[in-house]
Design a protein around this ligand. Structure first.
Ligand SMILES: Nc1ncnc2c1ncn2[C@@H]1O[C@H](COP(=O)(O)OP(=O)(O)OP(=O)(O)O)[C@@H](O)[C@H]1O
Length: 311
């Protein structure tokens, strides 16, 4: 499947939020993301999907300037990412990393307030704008009641909401979110993704919607929230477009090695993925039995017999 760059080109020919041409990224001498040509337009939600280890996080690290391009070009708002002053870039682009480390001894409000650092002079006290941004971010993530609690005492899902609040408080026009739904229960996942879908540009609604680039593993939630999906495999882009065009059984087999049916959601028509098994296997009415000890003890029933009895 060839990438359809036109599917992500800005409709009015505006400068995109990110423009990648021949972009390769990696670690030391190891190339992970390979020769990516992709425009991510301003406004709306772009979701990166792909199997474990295919390079989604590495691509986000490139967009957030944590990794330098090994080859090719990467522009943000029409300027090479290395041409930006780091403080200016932090005001424009925020990142929610995959597994952030919680600093010790901070309350929820204190950690969320760190999202304001790119906007503050280092010696200055928080301004009324900072306070308002922190309060609004905690409100949107239902953390107001927990504002004074030490972060290390919170549950995994509550902590994840604190990191999301910090990212929101930064009020960047582009948010990069690496698996933002981790640790969240299903209701909070839906709340978060619906909030992101409706999020306005930080300078107000006349500028349209904020730009969100997220990595999500749950394909049905990705289909629900995404304006466009970007599917990756082995460091390359293999498909780009609206969820109904990208999420096909053929793509799921190619990208995930998954055999799946895809049906339209009766409400709204977005695609719903129904996994059936691994693409390389034949049709299994039930998953095969799995022995933890592959050499059964004398007298124990062999795994194969268990499988037959199950079927
Ligand atoms: N700091 C690092 N140093 C060396 N290799 C790395 C580093 N981080 C990631 N990699 C490698 O780069 C490849 C892509 O990793 P990456 O985290 O981008 O994948 P991913 O698509 O986000 O995966 P997942 O869905 O599991 O989070 C993997 O093979 C991984 O081992």
């Amino acid at each position: 499947m060839t990438p359809d760059l036109h599917a992500v080109a800005d409709p009015e020919g505006e400068v995109p939020a990110f423009r990648m041409r021949g972009l390769s990224l990696g670690y030391d001498d190891r190339t992970v993301v390979r020769e990516v040509d992709l425009d991510i337009p301003h406004g709306g939600t772009t979701v990166l999907i792909g199997a474990n280890g295919c390079g989604k996080t590495t691509l986000l690290k490139g967009l957030s300037r944590q990794l330098r391009p090994l080859a090719g070009t990467l522009e943000a708002d029409g300027r090479g990412v290395r041409e930006w002053h780091s403080r200016q870039y932090a005001r424009s682009v925020s990142l929610l990393p995959q597994s952030p480390v919680v600093p010790e001894g901070l309350t929820v409000a204190e950690l969320v307030e760190r999202g304001r650092h790119p906007h503050r002079r280092w010696w200055g006290a928080p301004s009324p704008d900072d306070d308002a941004a922190v309060a609004r971010a905690m409100e949107l993530t239902e953390l107001t009641e927990l504002a004074g609690r030490p972060v290390e005492e919170l549950s995994g899902g509550q902590r994840q909401r604190v990191w999301i609040a910090l990212t929101l408080a930064q009020r960047a026009r582009t948010m990069l979110l690496d698996e933002p739904t981790s640790y969240l229960d299903l209701a909070h996942q839906v709340d978060l993704l619906d909030m992101l879908r409706g999020l306005e540009h930080p300078e107000g609604p006349r500028r349209g919607r904020a730009t969100v680039v997220a990595v999500l593993h749950e394909l049905n939630l990705a289909a629900r929230v995404a304006d466009r999906l970007v599917a990756m495999a082995a460091g390359r882009i293999v498909a780009v477009g609206p969820p109904a065009e990208v999420l096909t059984p053929e793509l799921l087999a190619e990208v995930f090695g998954l055999r799946a049916d895809v049906v339209p959601d009766p409400v709204g028509g977005r695609p719903v993925v129904l996994p059936r098994g691994r693409a390389r296997e034949g049709a299994h009415p039930a998953p095969p039995a799995v022995a933890l000890d592959p050499t059964p003890a004398a007298g124990a029933r062999p795994a194969a017999e268990t499988v037959r009895n199950l079927s």
